[in-house]
Design a protein around this ligand. Structure first.
Ligand code: SF4
Length: 367
């Protein structure tokens, strides 16, 4: 049997931080390597969270940096090679060069289980490595397996093999119903998602055990493991759980989530930042740029200095235009209007307003 490495990437955001705490507390026997990919352009609060986590985990969080040996920060090094061409949602070279490539170099060709903190209340797989030696597991979700694994186990072509495997492990009183659903072929009227949800609805642990026994017949990294503790995990963790874990552990919620008061036209509002990542990230919303300008003016100034030769962080306006007093006022008013429409926010962290874009981006930067 080859050795399998277990790794967990810390983006500096709430979900990956909470996942690190959760895995340490719940699966202390797993020898997890924690790492973070540093672009050199994160907020100070992110570096603080990583330091706090290191204390809690009692383990070093490995700092991966692209372009080792360069005297420039990784982001600046790459930007120079692109003659100042700033990344954008359409040309997101930063995630690939500064996050995914250092990670893939770190794991090399080793068999790796990579734990990713996408929550049970999110509907996305995230932007993750697709290399065959890297298998992704999502411990917070009802379905802990990645899409490629699910497609294989539920495919009509593999149905006979999967039924045979199930006959060996079936143990519960609902196994007849489970078997019936397994037998039902996928079609236009019976999709993979429907089949998956029905099976998980009957018994999550039994479904996990079936997937694990199937994986043992494949070349997936988990085939190398005798046992996988997460098979017995049927917990589903959502946003409130994440904040609870961070607070109860003493690690704390990254400070950029904290609400800060502002006033516009005699009306009071509050703003914060919705997620981790580079301080100049082009995914941030206009109100978050204003937050950066007012709360971290030094960082805003640095972001502004990157805008030259026609390259800008936002497609429709420069940062110089964005901080004109009338524009700041307009952005705040617009934000307050949206907030008032959503007058009963579910979260004290303003995420009901700010998280509209939370699902965008990538697992590497924002989880
Ligand atoms: S946080 Fe934003 S700018 Fe930074 S690497 Fe990720 S996508 Fe790019």
């Amino acid at each position: 049997m080859k050795n399998v490495r277990h790794v967990l990437g810390i983006s500096g955001g709430k979900d990956s931080g909470a996942l690190a705490i959760y895995m340490k507390d719940k699966y202390p026997h797993l020898d997890i390597e924690y790492y973070t990919c540093d672009t050199g352009k994160e907020l100070d609060e992110t570096y603080q969270l990583i330091d706090n986590l290191e204390i809690y985990l009692g383990k070093k969080i490995i700092r991966l940096k692209a372009f080792e040996g360069s005297t420039d920060a990784p982001f600046d090094h790459k930007l120079k090679t692109l003659s100042g061409f700033l990344p954008s949602q359409q040309f997101r070279w930063c995630t690939k060069s500064l996050k995914l490539e250092p990670f893939e170099k770190f794991v090399a060709s080793d068999n790796v289980i990579s734990y990713v903190g996408i929550r049970g209340d999110e509907d996305r797989d995230g932007y993750i490595s697709r290399k065959p030696n890297i298998q992704t597991i999502f411990p917070f979700r009802k379905n802990i397996w990645s899409e490629d694994v699910i497609a294989k186990i539920l495919s009509n072509n593999n149905s006979k093999q999967v039924l045979n495997l199930y006959s060996i492990i079936a143990s519960t009183k609902n196994s007849n119903r489970f078997k019936e659903i397994l037998k039902q072929p996928l079609s236009i009227n019976f999709t993979q998602v429907q089949k998956l949800n029905l099976l998980l609805g009957i018994n999550i642990k039994e479904f996990n055990a079936l997937v694990f026994s199937f994986l043992k017949t494949t070349s997936y990294p988990l085939a190398q493991e005798e046992y996988f503790a997460l098979i017995d995990n049927d917990e589903i963790l959502v946003r409130d759980d994440i904040f609870r874990i961070l607070e109860e552990s003493g690690v704390g919620v990254p400070q950029y989530y904290n609400k800060i008061d502002f006033e516009v036209n005699g009306k009071e509002g509050q703003y914060s930042r919705s997620r981790s990542g580079c301080y100049f990230c082009f995914y941030q919303q206009k109100i978050e740029w204003i937050w950066l300008y007012e709360q971290h003016p030094d960082k805003f100034q640095l972001a502004l200095e990157y805008e030259k030769e026609g390259y800008t962080w936002n497609q429709d306006e420069t940062l110089t235009d964005l901080i004109k007093p009338e524009r700041i006022q307009g952005i705040k008013e617009e934000y307050l209007k949206r907030f008032e429409k959503n007058s009963q926010p579910k979260s004290e962290y303003l995420l009901d307003i700010l998280n509209e874009a939370e699902g965008e981006g990538c697992a590497a930067c924002f989880i």
